[in-house]
Design a protein around this ligand. Structure first.
Ligand code: V47
Length: 381
């Protein structure tokens, strides 16, 4: 744990403010935070329902700096979405298409994929985040071969690839157990499981937004197995659609429980829902809601080292603000992203490292370039 010189000042500020809060419950929560006591689900709900965003942000900033000092992390990475053809018709997704003959369908060739991996080498990065649709014509071996080919050409690349949803699909394709599939993927070159596909764990809402997807139970089982095999994983929560605050708290509670059990999650990533072009439709959440969600995640998930403000969904400005509301990571250069862009995000792509560094500096934090496993590569003091 790296401490920040600001932690003491923040603590004093919080102590000064507590007596002036009109809300007795919020006072009690603040006292718990200062005493390093775990927040209950009721506390988290209370925070979501409170209007005291600035104060909640202060509490979350205190917690974040206590754990990660004044650092905010970024990674030089490339995102690759190999295909948008997908058997699942998730109603929040504007990216996927059902069949190969759809006018918007695409599938990258292995050469195209390798060329994209090459781009990140040129920039000095090593992380490849690869996730896409689940096409009906891909066989078990296709998933493995793609990893093998990338590793054969670029042996020291770090592959953060396929979500628990692909793993679930692969167990069906191969009739192998989750453990066997994960071992095959690991052997083929998988390093980390990304956090996509978690959506919202409440079964009722999950069935409405993603009717055919693996259940929350199955999803979490795959992450548990990965952790047991020494494969670190990330975890997301898609918010701002039909879920309510209770669902968000339930989701985070299940995440916290599994983290208590295994300690295998690296980072929690709240993903802001973008409705454009989706079957589900809806409205964008407010920036107040976005910042509060980051802050509550930081305060509730006391067993997580990192909370990511994913700039692609939040937009650069809110992601930057989030670094003072409990987030300590903004993901990376990415270069290309199609999933959230299909749903209308206007976040500009191809971020130069310098831009991320400036964005972090302007937020009053110290930019720290990290690898996929959160080891610091270089600090830009
Ligand atoms: O699982 C799909 C989400 C996820 C929309 O592990 C949408 O470090 C918003 O999981 N509006 C994929 N979101 C991206 C993802 C991710 C991103 C960055 C880092 C990591 C990590 C993981 O995107 C999907 C889904 O939850 N998504 N459609 C949409 N309309």
């Amino acid at each position: 744990m790296v401490t920040s010189s600001k932690v003491k000042d923040l603590r004093e500020e919080i102590e000064l403010l507590i007596p002036s809060l009109g809300d007795r419950k919020l006072q009690r929560i603040a006292e718990k935070v200062l005493a390093n006591e775990r927040l209950s689900e009721e506390d988290a709900l209370q925070l979501f329902e409170s209007d005291e965003l600035a104060f909640i942000g202060l509490l979350a900033d205190y917690k974040s700096r206590q754990r990660n000092g004044d650092y905010a992390y970024f990674v030089v990475n490339v995102q690759i979405n190999p295909t948008n053809v997908c058997i699942y018709g998730c109603r929040f997704c504007a990216f996927a298409v059902k069949g190969r003959n759809h006018p918007r369908a695409y599938e990258m060739s292995i050469d195209e994929i390798l060329q994209k991996v090459g781009q990140i080498y040129e920039l000095g990065g090593r992380e490849v985040h690869m996730v896409g649709g689940i096409p009906p014509h891909w066989r078990y071996e296709d998933y493995l071969n793609l990893l093998r080919e990338i590793k054969r050409h670029y042996p020291d690349v770090v592959l953060k690839a396929y979500t628990a949803i692909e793993v679930y699909h692969l167990t069906k394709l191969s009739k192998k157990s989750v453990r066997e599939v994960l071992l095959d993927l690991k052997e083929a070159g998988l390093d980390v499981l990304p956090g996509g596909g978690a959506e919202i764990f409440n079964e009722e809402k999950r069935k409405v937004i993603a009717p055919y997807k693996a259940s929350a139970e199955e999803y979490l089982k795959i992450h548990r197995e990965a952790h047991l095999l020494g494969i670190p994983t990330n975890i997301t929560m898609l918010y701002g659609h039909i879920e309510d605050y209770r669902d968000r708290v339930e989701h985070m509670s299940r995440v916290r429980e599994l983290q208590d059990e295994t300690g295998g999650f690296q980072v929690f990533i709240p993903l802001k829902y973008h409705p454009e072009g989706t079957e589900l439709g809806g409205e964008l959440t407010s920036s107040v809601d976005d910042l509060k969600t980051i802050a509550v995640a930081r305060l509730f998930l006391d067993n997580f080292d990192h909370i990511k403000a994913y700039w692609v969904t939040l937009g650069e400005r809110v992601a930057q603000l989030a670094l003072n509301y409990g987030a300590d990571d903004i993901d990376g250069t990415i270069l290309e992203e199609r999933i959230v862009h299909a749903a209308g995000t206007k976040a500009a792509l191809g971020h130069a490292k310098e831009r991320l560094i400036n964005l972090i500096r302007d937020a009053g934090k110290i930019p720290a370039e990290r690898d996929t496993f959160y080891n610091i590569i270089k600090v830009y003091g």
